[in-house]
Structure formats: C-alpha cells, structure tokens
Design a protein around this ligand. Sequence first.
Ligand SMILES: Cc1ncc(COP(=O)(O)O)c(C=O)c1O
Length: 375
Amino acid sequence: MKLFDVYPLMDVVPVSANGCYITDKNGVRYLDLYGGHAVISIGHSHPHYIRRIKEQLDNIGFYSNSVVNPLQQELAQKLGELSGLEQYNLFLCNSGAEANENALKVASFVTGKKRVVAFSKAFHGRTSAAVGVTDNETIRSALNNDHDVTFLPLNDTEAVKRELEKGDVCAVIIEGIQGIGGINIPEDVFLQDLQRLCRKYDCKLILDEIQSGYGRSGRFFAFQEANIQPDIVTTAKGMANGFPIGGVLIHPDIKPWYGMLGSTFGGNYLACAAALAVLEVIDAESLIANAAATGNFLLSELRKINGIKAVRGRGLMIGLEFESPVKPLREKLLKEKHIFTGVSSSNIIRLLPPLRLTIDEAMIFLQALKSLLAP
Ligand SMILES: Cc1ncc(COP(=O)(O)O)c(C=O)c1O
C-alpha cells in the first residue's frame, strides 16, 4: 500500500527537535518558523510537557468518555482562567475540523436554522471568486451536505446584514486572523458589527481561533482585541503542542443536554495532560507576552526590508506578501539557510513559529531573508 498523496512535502526527515529547532536524519539543524502548521506553541520537546505525558502514560493513558476524567475539569478550569472566558463551557474533541463541526451543530440545534455565513479573502468584493473560494476548506468540509454556506468578503458589514435579514442563518463563522489566503485581520469594528447583527437576527457568532488562538496573536485569543464575546470559540492546533485535541468553548447562555454532542476520543487523558502542560508552560514562561514582543519586533523589521510587497499579522502570526510566487524563496530558506517557513497562498510566506521564539532567533531569519532578497 502507498500513502494517499495529498501533501506537498518538504524533503526533510526530522529525528529530534528542541525549542525552536528541528534536527533531521543527516544531522542538519533547522530553525522552525512554521511549527508544523501552528501546532508547536510552547516549543519542541519541552521537559514539563514530556513529563506530564509520561506521567499519564504510567497511570491510565487512555479511556473514553464513559467515566469521570478529572483532567478534563482541570483543563477547563485552567483554560477559563488564562483565556478570561471563565463562564464558558468546554466541549473536547480531537481536531480543528471537529471543533468547527461541533460548533456549527450547536448553532444549528439552538437556533433551529441551517445556513452559515463564512468569509473568504475579499478579492474584489462580492465576486464569484470571493463567494466561491473559501480560505478555509475545513469550514466547507465541516458543512458538507448538512449546511448551506454563503461566503462573503471580510469586513463588509452590509453584506452580512443582507444575509442575516433573510432569517435562515444559524451561524456566522470567522477566523480571529485568517490563516490561509493571506493573514487577513478582521477589523475590530467588523467583529463588533457581527456580534450586534448575530444578536439581532438570532444567529450564533463562532470565532475560529484554531490557528490564531492560544497566544499566537499576542493575546490569548485574537478576537479579544475587539472586545467582543462570541457565542462559540473553537480551538485546536497549538492547544496541546501537537498532540491531537480540539476544543469548543460555549457561552453559558447555550445550555447542553445529554447526547447533544459526543466524541469517543475527545478529552482523553493523554490529550488533557498535554493540553494542561501547554497552558502551564504558557503561564509560567509568559509566552503570550513573548509572542507579542518578538512578533512586534519581527513585524517592524520586516517592514523595513526592500522587496516585500506587504507585511501583515499580529504577534507570531505573520504573512509576507511578494509580487511573485514564493516557492523558490522558501526553497532557498530551507536548503541554504535551514529555516522552515509556510505559505498562505502562492505569493505569501506564512510564519507561525513557537511562541517562545527569541529576538536572536528572529534576527537569524531577518538576516537570512535580507541576504536572499539582496539584489
Ligand atoms: C483556521 C482553521 N480552522 C480549522 C482548521 C482545521 O483544523 P484540523 O486540521 O485540526 O482539522 C484549520 C487547519 O488548518 C485552520 O487553520
């Protein structure tokens, strides 16, 4: 049997990793500014994280959701404290797609409606490109046949209002910062408008913080910059530093009932131990403040470099837009400078490093980039 070939892979076989670095089977050490697609939040192989998982393996390892697992409550408690969303309730699952899917189910159950409004990159307003192409395929796949989804351009309050007025929309789902498609940041006033419109038209506001969450933006959740209170927040990726887990944070006004949602593996002991370790390290080592400081430094230094068309982002979620496709530049960064980066679309490099990235490590990237862009 062969693997179903869906991933364009970098030609690197990692064998060990530490902090912001990965070492491959040939002993080459790479600076990891991609974090396995934003999953490495506290850094690779953190001793506290490893200890927490090993302890759990020695105890019970895994059991499903048919008995009390005290780690789930501990996780909910710590997540509430650090995020400032103490009053919300937590449903645990295993991935980002599942978190979004469950969030949409909840919205649909409690409103009795089905249609969903989501956002894609606002190419030229409400063109067929903006409507037909989603920046987040997982939203589309989660919606599948059960929901009808309408994609609108970002930051267009009137367009949202026109859809919500029709009365059949159960949820508006939006990323705190759009990951794929260009690291686009919704305006604060737009998020506030969404909250107001959702309340007016009995529709749930879902903030997808799967990529932008858990400190990456320099705040716990990116939406907190806009001072809103979403009905539902989804999280995954960095939540357990690579251990599969997803979470749906649900406003206390939405009441659960037995059987409303469910997951065999969701919130298993190992995943909870890994997720708790992440929160403990973020807290103890002030990683959110670090993401803000190193991120601000990177953003301002990147904006000084000639040859970059635009620099967008917040904290350690950064997009560098170029006039032409970035594939050759990324290959040089990887092969000549030994630096991992990601893409956001063909012309945009996406940086999603561990939240512990230091100024010195950021400097390594800046120097490498400058030397590759020099005429
Ligand atoms: C914003 C956003 N939401 C949801 C997902 C889906 O997460 P997962 O791959 O864990 O299912 C992703 C993954 O890239 C994402 O970036």
